[in-house]
Design a protein around this ligand. Structure first.
Ligand code: AKG
Length: 267
């Protein structure tokens, strides 16, 4: 039986489309996540970025890989239903933490999150993976936008640097150019969401977000998890996140002392 927050139809949708809305995934953890974001912004980690782009107004803060030093994030990762829901949606017998990601757009932030897929930036491959993107403020205009089914496209989408739009790796020809889903008439999924709702999406789903022209903050917490078939893969340069000195080799499972298993199926 799936966790009560989801149905078999949600699992089928995730397997087919690579994206599904999970209402209330972090509903019991909103205060903890808000406190964690506040702690993160007060003490940014070594990879924090302000995404300052010429001509853009407002503030777009993002940071990742801090959950081990933010007790509120650790507690949510270890006690929320996210691990079990991830196992159900990925159809996996185990769930490992990959990393946390915080993305805050202050009111009046004009910069859009460019269309991208996360997979090519990461050093992990496999079908069983999931991100839960959860707003900690009510969100409509600045919600996440996704192209369903894009995780099954033949070629990966070119990873670029968000601010300069330059290619992230030197092997540009191995990727397809970044599509413009609005201009190309693709169906874009997006939901107005309440704090604690979550969009679950595969690492290879094309997604982006508008700026935040509203007069309230748009705080978002993304939790990235992997399942049974996740394996380390070498990329043609420093990945994002980089995890310096991880010491893994292509084909290995992610090391459990850095990427702990938070859920296993009962046998
Ligand atoms: O919050 C955003 O604007 C983008 C989030 C995103 O790209 C992600 O969580 O992978």
């Amino acid at each position: 039986m799936p966790h009560p927050l989801i149905t078999q139809s949600d699992i089928d949708t995730y397997q087919r489309d690579g994206v599904v809305l999970v209402k209330g995934l972090f509903a019991d953890h909103i205060d903890a996540l808000r406190a964690g974001v506040a702690r993160n912004m007060a003490h940014p980690g070594p990879f924090a970025s302000e995404n300052e782009k010429a001509g853009e107004s407002g503030r777009f803060f993002d940071d990742y890989c801090n959950w081990q030093s933010i007790p509120e994030f650790r507690q949510v990762i270890e006690t929320s239903p996210a691990a079990e829901v991830a196992a159900n949606l990925m159809q996996s017998e185990s769930v490992q933490v990959f990393h946390d990601h915080v993305l805050v757009k202050e009111p009046g932030t004009s910069m859009a999150t460019p269309w991208h897929t996360d997979g090519p930036y990461y050093f992990v491959e496999g079908r069983q993976n999931i991100s839960f993107w959860s707003p900690l403020d009510p969100v409509s205009e600045a919600t996440l936008r996704m192209v369903a089914g894009s995780h099954k496209w033949e070629k990966p989408v070119l990873p670029t640097r968000w601010v300069s739009e330059e290619s992230f790796f030197p092997n540009e020809d191995d990727y397809m150019p970044i599509p413009d889903p609005d201009a190309e008439g693709m169906t874009v999924l997006e939901w107005a969401m309440e704090p604690g709702d979550a969009v679950a999406f595969n690492y290879d789903i094309l997604h982006g977000a508008r700026g935040n022209t509203s007069d309230i903050q748009r705080r978002a917490f993304s939790l990235r998890l992997v399942g049974d078939d996740a394996r380390y893969v070498e990329r043609p340069g420093r990945t994002s996140p980089p995890f310096p000195d991880h010491g893994m080799q292509t084909g290995q499972r992610l090391r459990e002392d850095w990427f702990p298993v938070i859920w296993r199926a009962e046998r």
